[in-house]
Every structure is written in C-alpha cells, then in structure tokens.
Design a protein around this ligand. Structure first.
Ligand code: HEM
Length: 290
C-alpha cells in the first residue's frame, strides 16, 4: 500500500507536469515567450514523460503483487501477463502504458515546438487513469458518467497544478524587459481561464463524491472521509490564494516590482499545497470510500 501510494503520487505529478506545462505553452504563451521557455519546458516534459512511463510500469508490477497477495509477483512475468489480459485494470493499463510510451517517444523525438502533440498525448494519458480505481467500479450510464467526470477532474487538476510550473517561469521572465509584456499576457490568460478550470475541477470533485460514496464526507469518521475533508480544506485555501493572485497581484505587475515577489511567493505556496493534495489522493483513493 505504501509503495503503491508513493508510486501513484509520483505518477500523478509527472503526468500533470507534462500535461499542464505543455498545454500552458501551447495555449497561453505568445510566440516569443514560447520560444524562450521551450528549452526548459522541453527538459521538464522529457523528464516527466520518462518518469510517467517508469512509474506506470511500476504501478502495474505493484498491482500484480497486490492482486496475487505475493510481493514476488512484482517480477513474475506470468502473473503480470495474467493481470494485463484477464483483469479490467490490466486491459485499461495496456492503453495507459501505450499512451505513456507514445508520450515519452514524442517528448524525446518530436520537433522542439510540438507542444500540441505533447499536450494531447499527456492529456490522454492522464485522462485514461479514469479507467481504473473507484471511477471504474460502475457499469452502464452511471459508469460512463463517473469515468467521464473523473477524466475531466484529472485533466483540470493537471491543467492547474502542472500549469503552475510555466507560470513560475513567467514570473522570472517578467523581470526581463524583452519578455515582460508576453509573460504578463500569458499569466493573465492562465488566470482568466483558471476560473473555468477550477470551477470544473470542483464540480467534477463533487460528482466524484456523489458517484464514489454517495454522501458528503461528514462526519469525518473513516480514514477515507478524514483525508478527503483535509483535501477539500487545502483546495479551498489554494483557491483563496489563486484569487488573491488574480485580483490583487497580477493587475499590479506592470507597475510594481514588489507585486512580482509576492506573486512568486504565493504561487510557490500553491505549488506545495497542490503537491500535498495529490499526496492525499494518492493514499485515500486506495481506501474503502465508506
Ligand atoms: C487542487 C485541486 C485538486 C487536485 C490536484 C485533485 C486531484 C485528484 C486526483 C489526482 C485524483 C485521482 C485519484 C485516483 O484516480 O486514484 C482525484 C480524485 C478525487 N478527487 Fe480530486 N483533486 C482536486 C480537487 C478536488 C475537490 C475540490 C474535490 C471535492 C469537491 C475532489 C474530490 C475528489 C474525489 C471524491 C476523488 C475520487 C477519489 C476516489 O477515487 O475514491 N478533488 N483528485
């Protein structure tokens, strides 16, 4: 359980970093800024996609060990083949592994500015995680709704948390006269679209609660409910910080240098809180959602 939770944590973060940073560059960054940030973000995309591929393989091995109730099954090709062919998890994981491999190949081999390809592949890889876990429990219309809602939850979480990486780079770029205007434009766009992204994230989180356990996580009497409640409180704090960034600090960027330092500090706090949220979900989504 501990190893699987840790593996999930690293996998979620890598998938979100690849998706959020590539989508940010493709959708929000004007051409000059995109060109300036490409070398750094490309290195991040390569590292994130290789980590995602490695942890996808490890996740499969850990799942096989858990299903066989034998740690040795982690490296037993027959058990792993059985899991891949005979279980619903395995069939979903074949697709997930294929997408992770395609993403790693694209990050290593595609042209420097192939941000759309990287964003689409990492987005599909992230969304395909909705085919396993609690979201994949139901069948019929409810099953389709749960998987679709959860896929949207993962994508919006990735767009926000992963997008904070290039956002911090824009803060640095805003200190350079040649890139200042482009960097502020990209940050304003991220903040504007962030309203819709975060609203969808919260709405799909509520749908996830309704379709996973069927009731609000109150009173916090089970480990699942406690961790979910802590997650919701942290997300509320993150939204508060994002609103301060958007409505107090971003508009002052062109005029006041100290707004840049404050925005940087609050954004880094949100990066840390986002990682904490992902750590919590890496654990509690493995528990009984009672
Ligand atoms: C920063 C914001 C958020 C991030 C980064 C985030 C991230 C995630 C991730 C990565 C998962 C996938 C877990 C898995 O597939 O095993 C997940 C699931 C879930 N999230 Fe969120 N989430 C956020 C906000 C919210 C909010 C606001 C709510 C509730 C209103 C919520 C409720 C849930 C629920 C109920 C699940 C399903 C857990 C399960 O499978 O048992 N999330 N979240």
């Amino acid at each position: 359980m501990t190893a699987l939770a840790l593996c999930r944590f690293v996998h979620f973060l890598a998938a979100m970093a690849a998706f959020g940073s590539s989508a940010y560059l493709r959708l929000y960054a004007p051409a000059d800024l995109r060109q300036a940030l490409t070398p750094k973000i490309r290195r991040i995309a390569v590292a994130a996609s290789l980590i995602a591929l490695a942890t996808a393989g490890l996740w499969l091995a850990l799942q096989a060990a858990s299903m066989a109730d034998d740690p040795g099954a982690m490296i037993d090709p027959d058990t792993i083949a059985d899991v891949l062919v005979d279980t619903r998890f395995g069939q979903a994981w074949i697709l997930h592994l294929a997408l992770a491999a395609a993403l790693a190949a694209a990050a290593l081999l595609a042209p420097r500015d192939a941000w759309m390809t990287i964003a689409v592949l990492s987005g599909l890889m992230l969304a395909s995680l909705a085919l396993v876990g609690h979201a994949s429990m139901q069948t019929g219309v409810e099953g389709v709704l749960h998987r679709a809602g959860h896929a949207l939850h993962l994508l919006t979480a990735g767009a926000w948390i992963g997008g904070l990486v290039p956002f911090v780079m824009c803060l640095d770029a805003a200190g350079r006269a040649a890139l200042r205007r482009d960097a502020v434009t990209a940050m304003m766009r991220f903040s504007y679209w962030g309203h819709f992204v975060v609203a969808t994230l919260v709405a799909t989180g509520i749908v996830d609660i309704a379709l996973t356990s069927g009731h609000a996580p109150l009173p916090p009497t089970t480990p699942y409910r406690v961790l979910l409640d802590v997650k919701i409180v942290i997300v509320a704090a993150m939204i508060g910080l994002a609103l301060v960034n958007r409505y107090v600090l971003v508009p002052r960027l062109m005029a006041r240098a100290n707004a840049l330092a404050a925005l940087r500090a609050l954004t880094l706090v949100n990066v840390g809180l986002g990682a904490l949220v992902v750590a919590l979900v890496s654990v509690f989504a493995l528990l009984d959602p009672a």
